[in-house]
Write a protein that binds this ligand. Structure first.
Ligand code: NDP
Ligand code: 2IT
Length: 481
């Protein structure tokens, strides 16, 4: 017969998820408050019971619920209307087979996802990620974050996210095209300019959006703004490419100004990643007077004490689709180090994680603090583990959470939708000015919310609360759906 502990896993599913699959119950207290509110606890336990096998989703939900407790306490109407139970459950999850033929003539099968999480304040909106680590839990964490992020942008967009476990690394253009066409052949029946508007995320950039748009247009026979991040020739917005990275810096600059009476001038900045977000964060940080000394990829990082030459990074990553190691082969002042987490051991004033989730753990956070880092603003989605965030808080760092700091990308996606509806296009300067003012208002609205709920100066609590209240009020007003 089976050993008792294995048998008991089957007999007691709730115990199983609590003790084996949910680190966020055992490692309480995490976050500043802990789950003390009965309603919030009940909702979280239900999420654990249902989605205990989705650690990234649990992590994202826990962090938000934790900081929402003062709001829930003050507004009984949210419990009365079941707002939290509904917020943590996607309106729809679509999961589908994507079959395509590679260059050798072999049939390949991937999984596609679209999570349509919440449409209270607008059509679902959020990116598509193509990466071997993609699964339902990862897409759900991203979709959940997107609800509050999109709310923070001040624009009318709901939350969604999608993607596939397809790995575009080493694939030819023709293979990427065939994959995108196969993916859109199914996805096209679920999206639309008034329903759900996808965009890019990891490994989904201009090339992929072009192929996806073409296939949507062909199948639906409709020329509409169904995707954002499109090419400039077919409805794309100027400054969308730059938007997330620039936005991270506008947000950081504004938070530094308001909370520290300081700026990027003369600061040393460590950036992880070398993709879309990292490149334009580096470019803007340098424009604002900082010296960026690192970029990385999943294999390792480069350290350039003279300041990263963004033009070289662009050539390697955007033009050649190469590895960041090549930077050190081209720039004599730079060194390459294997292992991407080493980037957090580099001395800096400001860290901008721009690669992926949970890239900064407790140990890396401690290394940052020990080396004098005073600011962490997140370009990537959920790059810091809960333990890392605790380290930032205890050390009094200025911490700008992802859903606020990286909202510039989706904000300009929203502006792309507006331009598509108007059938006109704004200049780079107009879009960039709107982006900057949106990022500044995110800082202001987060700080106002943090103050209103007794967490003055806490940009994380403020972002969660400000993003939530608008969505929650819309959900109450629209009835139980
Ligand atoms: P890209 O695909 O352009 O670049 C991703 C970068 O991160 C690459 O350098 C990649 O290295 C690195 N990376 C990816 N996965 C890992 C991993 N598991 N470990 C270490 N490094 C990794 O993506 P983006 O720049 O668009 O996205 C980066 C982050 O920003 C993501 O978290 C995304 O969700 C977030 N984001 C993106 C927005 C956008 O508009 N694009 C908007 C808001 C947030 P490698 O090549 O080795 O994989
Ligand atoms: O995480 C994000 O906000 C994005 N990947 C951008 C989403 C969008 O719709 O532009």
């Amino acid at each position: 017969s089976a050993p008792r502990h294995i048998l008991s896993n089957f007999l007691s599913p709730l115990d199983t998820v609590h003790t084996i699959k949910s680190p966020y119950l055992i490692t309480q207290p995490l976050g500043r408050i802990m789950l003390t509110d009965e309603y919030v606890k009940r909702v979280y336990d239900q999420v654990v019971a249902r989605d205990g096998d989705q650690p990234e989703f649990l992590q994202a939900v826990y962090e938000v619920l934790d900081t929402l407790q003062p709001v829930i306490a003050k507004h009984p109407e949210y419990e009365k209307n079941g707002v939290l139970e509904r917020l943590v459950e996607p309106e729809r999850v679509v999961k589908f087979r994507v079959a395509w033929v590679d260059d050798e003539g072999k049939v390949q099968v991937n999984r596609g996802y679209r999570v349509q999480f919440n449409s209270a304040i607008g059509p679902y909106k959020g990116g598509l990620r193509f990466h071997p680590t993609v699964n339902e839990g990862v897409i759900k964490f991203l979709g959940f974050e997107q609800i509050l992020k999109n709310s923070l942008t001040t624009l009318p967009m709901g939350g969604g996210k999608g993607g596939s476990d397809f790995n575009p690394k080493g694939k030819s253009d023709a293979e990427v095209m065939r994959f995108c066409q196969a993916f859109m052949t199914e996805l096209c029946r679920h999206i639309g300019q008034f329903t759900d508007v996808p965009a890019g995320d990891i490994n989904v950039g201009g090339r992929e959006i072009g192929y996806l748009f073409g296939q949507y247009k062909r199948i639906r026979d409709e020329y509409s703004g169904v995707l954002t991040g499109k090419g400039l020739e077919f409805g794309g917005s100027l400054a969308r490419t730059e938007a997330t990275g620039y936005g991270v810096c506008y947000y950081t600059a504004e938070a530094l100004r308001v909370l520290r009476n300081d700026s990027f001038k003369g600061k040393t900045v460590v950036i992880s990643g070398s993709g879309n977000v990292a490149i334009y964060a580096a470019q803007k940080a340098e424009e604002l007077g900082a010296k960026v000394v690192t970029v990385s990829d999943s294999n390792g990082y480069v350290y350039d004490p003279n300041g990263i030459d963004v033009a070289v990074v662009k050539q390697i990553k955007e033009v050649e689709r190469g590895r960041i190691k090549e930077y050190a082969e081209r720039v004599p002042s730079a060194e390459y180090h294997e292992g991407c987490s080493g980037v957090w051991t580099v001395k800096c004033d400001i860290a901008l994680p721009c690669a992926t989730q949970n890239e900064i753990n407790e140990e890396s956070a401690k290394a940052l603090v020990a080396n004098g880092c005073k600011v962490v603003c997140e370009g990537a989605n959920m790059p810091s583990t809960p333990e890392a965030i605790e380290v930032y808080k205890n050390a009094g760092l200025l911490y700008g959470p992802a859903k606020a700091a990286n909202a510039g990308g989706v904000a300009v996606s929203g502006l792309e939708m507006s331009q598509n509806s108007y059938r006109l296009s704004w200049t780079f300067e107009e879009v960039d000015a709107k982006l900057k003012s949106i990022m500044e208002s995110i800082v202001a609205n987060s700080l106002a919310a943090s103050k209103e709920y007794g967490e003055e100066g806490d940009l994380m609590a403020g972002a969660n609360i400000a993003g939530f209240v608008k969505v929650a009020n819309a959900m109450v007003a629209q009835g139980v759906l």
